[in-house]
Design a protein around this ligand. Structure first.
Ligand code: TMP
Ligand code: ASP
Length: 270
């Protein structure tokens, strides 16, 4: 692979300079972290699956008019994206109580919320991504009022659309995290959806069994995380069925198609 200039390395992805100004290449690693990187590990094949799931989700969101940074998938682990100025806020959308809200407010996990809740967290690992109010965002100028309105409206649309997509494959979209970025056109800017949407940043529960198909398997030492991520991809129709043949690209670093991955899967979805 040719040497490219690395722009940034995050916990699950690396950003490289893109082929044209205003573009970047987003590389998906298998590295997994939780609790603001206090827990570190690896989920075999995660990068390949997340690249594919995120491509699928962003493409479909694009079809309904949600602007995103996604341009196209380049290979198993990389996608071409628009360079944005990341807004340092994580927008968490919750439909059902789980994770930190259950802990913070003492609501049983699995309790449906009276209505969809938007929460904002300040993106700063050293501070542990603290929960913030809209007033903090305005006070410190992290986003303008107009940008906040755009992000909130887009997040609700993303939630409605994705809840439907996942429901159609018998998965409950419990909650998820979104990140937005600014793109500039002269003196004007607008916000577009950035980062990724994958089982790393969503809670996805099987609607029948309640089985967790997301990063909580890693956070809670449940095991079976690779299989869970693959199961989501398989239900979305992104993986072909196993045929038991050998695999020419086990690490998924090459430029093969996603179907290469399914060839070395031993474990089939239920
Ligand atoms: P939480 O319950 O831990 O606040 O997480 C809510 C959702 O947001 C969950 O689907 C996981 C996702 N999330 C991230 O993707 N990154 C993060 O840093 C945090 C805190 C949550
Ligand atoms: N992504 C965050 C971290 O690495 C938090 C999480 O997903 O639990 O630490």
């Amino acid at each position: 692979m040719s040497r490219r200039r690395q722009i940034y390395e995050g916990k699950a992805k690396i950003l490289y300079e893109g082929p044209e100004p205003g573009t970047l290449i987003q590389y998906f690693k298998d590295d997994a972290t939780a609790f603001n990187a206090q827990k570190k590990g690896m989920i075999q094949g995660k990068g390949v699956i997340n690249n594919r799931i995120s491509e699928y989700v962003f493409t479909r969101l694009g079809h309904i008019g949600v602007p995103t940074h996604f341009i196209r998938r380049l290979n198993m682990r990389e996608q071409l994206i628009r360079q944005v100025e990341i807004i340092p806020i994580e927008v968490v959308v919750r439909n059902v109580a789980a994770g930190s809200i259950s802990k913070r407010l003492g609501i049983a996990e699995g309790e449906p919320l009276p209505h969809t809740l938007l929460e904002y967290y300040y993106k700063d690992d050293a501070l542990g991504d603290p929960l913030i109010a809209e007033e903090h965002i305005a006070c410190f100028g992290w986003a303008s009022n107009e940008e906040m309105q755009d992000m909130a409206a887009m997040s609700i649309r993303v939630n409605d659309f994705l809840s439907g997509i996942f429901a159609s494959i018998n998965i409950r979209l419990v909650d998820f995290k979104l990140e937005y970025g600014r793109i500039w056109d002269g003196d004007f800017s607008r916000v577009i959806l950035a980062d990724e949407i994958s089982p790393d940043g969503c809670r996805l529960w099987d609607m029948t069994t309640g089985e967790k198909l997301d990063k909580d398997r890693f956070r809670r030492d449940m095991g079976g995380e690779s299989e869970a991520y693959r199961e989501v991809a398989r239900r979305l129709g992104l993986l072909q069925d196993d045929n038991g043949s050998d695999d020419s690209d086990p690490d998924g670093r090459g430029t093969g198609t996603i179907s290469d991955l399914s060839k070395h899967r031993k474990l089939r979805g239920k």
